[in-house]
Structure formats: structure tokens, C-alpha cells
Design a protein around this ligand. Structure first.
Ligand code: FAD
Length: 314
């Protein structure tokens, strides 16, 4: 079986969920071969757990000091040497840039934000906030795709990968943008929004930035992340990086709690694949109830404190 290259994204020393999802898709297409560029080698075990039979490790010290270009160079070299069946890259901002640059270097087609990839190379993309499904195929070269986060549930398939060191020579162009300083973001105890198994989101109905403490309190009691609708972020109730939806993050947790969110199509686009959806809204006609597994018609300022009290008792 031909190899399927998966570019690994490491955040805070851990392989991120989007990479594990890409590995899960890669397993249905061929032999998943993970590509680690400039990250610590101790991620190999995790990659093996999710079915990577091989790990290409380009871990020279200088690779850590440069941004996107060296990753493109490593992938280009591997595609030329290993002739893989496909290349899968997590669809982050960085991943999309890498995919675009790699496509130019290889004179290859590229598809972005792919939800599924069939063995024959047919890719499925969900566009227009979930309103349209597009099937397409790369017709020049191999399938080179970025995988949209939360498209599949990452499933383990333990194996022991062979680690293959990769050495590359960086050109001057590769070194055009260099990391000069790393500022570690002050992090709370909450899980990362796109990785969390529970997300509690607030909308315009929450009413103010101050009231968002109620959303945070419920999220903390459940061990979840906090999300927000665009109306909430645009109103300055919560920072934009926590926006869920078409123009925000895509989440697919086990439990999604929507507080004071109407359920507009653009919001649904970012959370509709959540396993269980609970909505609290004072309007019984709110569209979110069409999607919710459990709904409470009521004032969130009455319902949430009661729910929190019950959870504390357990
Ligand atoms: P509203 O629609 O105003 O709903 C507030 C809800 O709160 C209402 O249903 C109300 O009944 C309820 N409520 C009020 N008070 C209470 C209370 N005390 N207790 C309980 N319930 C209460 N939106 C996103 O979320 N994410 C996106 O990524 C996104 N991208 C967009 C992209 C484009 C191109 C466009 C045009 C729009 C986008 N939007 C997005 C905006 C989207 O269309 C909606 O305007 C937005 O989702 C509405 O947010 P909301 O549900 O919080 O607010």
C-alpha cells in the first residue's frame, strides 16, 4: 500500500486533535506516514497510537527557528522521494499556507477544508455554512488536501512506527521569516476550544461581558471550554478567538451547551456535528431548538445558576 503523508501539528508539546483526525482519515487511504518538522521526537508514541506506521522526523535545531517555508521544503522532498498516494495537512491557518505553497512547488492541485477523502481521491467539502456539499478531485498530481478540523472522530489503531530521520538543506528563501521571540500565552485551566469534549457557549442573550462569568462558571464546573456566538464577540462580551461558527472555530464536542444563542445557520456551521446539544433560550421558537437534543425554554439567568447548583451537589 502506498504511503499517505500526514503533516503533524504540535501545540504545547502535544500532537493536536486535527492531526489525529487526519491520521484517522489517512488509514482508510493507505499507510499513514506522519511528518514531524522541528518538533520534539517524543510525539512518536502518540502518532503510533493513531496508526502511523512510519514517522518522518526532520528535527534539526534550525528547523525550529523558521516558520512555514521549511515545512514546505521537507514535504516537497518527501513527496518527490516517497511518491505518496496523498498528502493530508490539518486545516489550520498555517496548514492552508503550507498546502498552497506546496501545490505551487509541485505544480499540483490542492483542495482546502476537506471533510472526507475517498480512496479514489474524491474529496467532500461542506460549504456555505453547511448548505452545500461539494465533491471534487485533484486532477493534476496527487490528492493534496487540508483536512477540516472535527470532520471525523480520531480513533486509535495502535502500532509501532518506524522512525525515519529526514535531513534537509534550507535555502535562503526558506530562511526568509524567522522566529525572533516566543511569547507563551497565559493559559487558564480550561481546555482548548477545538479540542474540548465539552463546550459551553454564550450568545447575545447573555447580555454583557460581565454576565459571561455565568457561562465560564458552568464551563468550569463541567471541565469544558467556553465558546461564543458572533453576536456575543462582536458586542465585546467575549474575545473573538472564542467565536464558534462559519467565520469562527469549528467544534465537535461530546456536549455543546448553547446559552442565549438563537441558532443562526452561520453559528450552526461551527457546532452542528456536536454529539449532544443542549440549548437554553427564552424563545420557544428559536431555531436552536430544531438542532438541540435537550432544550430548556427559560431565562438563562434562572436556569444556569440552578443547573450549576445541581452539578455542585454531585
Ligand atoms: P441572536 O440571534 O440575537 O440571539 C440571541 C438569542 O438569545 C435569542 O434567541 C433570544 O431569544 C435569546 N435570549 C435573549 N435573552 C435570553 C435570556 N435571558 N435567556 C435565554 N435566552 C435569551 N454567527 C456565529 O455565531 N458564528 C459565526 O461564525 C458567524 N459567521 C457569520 C458569517 C456571516 C457571513 C454572516 C452574515 C453572519 C455570521 N454570523 C455568525 C452571525 C449570525 O448570522 C447570527 O447573527 C449570530 O449567530 C447571532 O448570534 P446570537 O444567537 O448570539 O444572537
Amino acid at each position: 500500500m502506498a504511503e499517505v503523508l500526514v503533516l503533524v501539528k504540535v501545540a504545547d508539546g502535544k500532537v493536536n486533535k486535527a492531526t489525529l483526525e487526519a491520521l484517522t482519515i489517512a488509514r482508510s487511504l493507505g499507510e499513514p506516514a506522519a511528518v514531524v518538522v522541528g518538533a520534539p521526537a517524543d510525539v512518536v508514541e502518540t502518532l503510533g497510537e493513531y496508526g502511523a506506521t512510519k514517522v518522518y522526523a526532520a528535527d534539526a535545531e534550525e528547523l525550529r527557528d523558521y516558520l512555514v517555508a521549511p515545512k514546505v521544503t521537507v514535504l516537497e522532498q518527501l513527496v518527490r522521494e516517497a511518491s505518496p498516494a496523498a498528502v493530508l495537512i490539518p486545516s489550520t491557518q498555517e496548514g492552508k499556507e503550507i498546502a498552497g505553497r506546496l501545490a505551487v512547488r509541485l505544480d499540483n492541485g490542492v483542495l482546502i477544508d476537506v471533510n472526507e477523502l475517498a480512496v479514489d481521491g474524491t474529496a467532500t467539502q461542506v460549504v456555505f455554512a453547511g448548505g452545500t456539499i461539494v465533491k471534487s478531485r485533484v486532477t493534476r498530481g496527487i490528492p493534496l488536501v487540508t483536512v477540516r478540523p472535527s470532520s471525523v472522530t480520531p480513533t486509535p489503531a495502535p502500532t509501532t512506527p518506524a522512525v525515519v530521520p529526514v535531513s534537509v538543506t534550507l535555502s535562503d528563501a526558506d530562511k526568509a521569516a524567522r522566529v525572533v521571540e516566543r511569547v507563551v500565552e497565559a493559559k487558564g485551566a480550561r481546555p482548548e476550544l477545538t479540542e474540548a469534549s465539552i463546550v459551553v457557549s454564550g450568545g447575545r442573550g447573555v447580555g454583557s461581558a460581565d454576565n459571561f462569568k455565568l457561562v465560564e462558571e458552568l464551563a468550569d464546573l463541567l471541565g469544558g471550554a467556553v465558546g461564543a456566538s458572533r453576536a456575543a464577540t462582536d458586542s465585546g462580551f467575549y474575545p473573538h478567538q472564542f467565536q464558534v461558527g462559519q467565520t469562527g472555530k469549528t467544534v465537535s464536542p461530546q456536549l455543546y451547551v448553547a446559552l442565549g444563542i438563537s441558532g443562526a445557520i452561520q453559528h450552526r456551521a461551527g457546532m452542528q456535528t456536536s454529539k449532544t446539544i443542549v440549548a437554553v433560550n427564552k424563545d420557544a421558537e428559536a431555531p436552536i431548538f430544531e438542532l438541540a437534543d435537550f432544550g430548556v425554554v427559560g431565562d438563562l439567568f434562572a436556569v444556569v445558576p440552578q443547573a450549576a447548583e445541581e452539578i455542585r451537589k454531585r
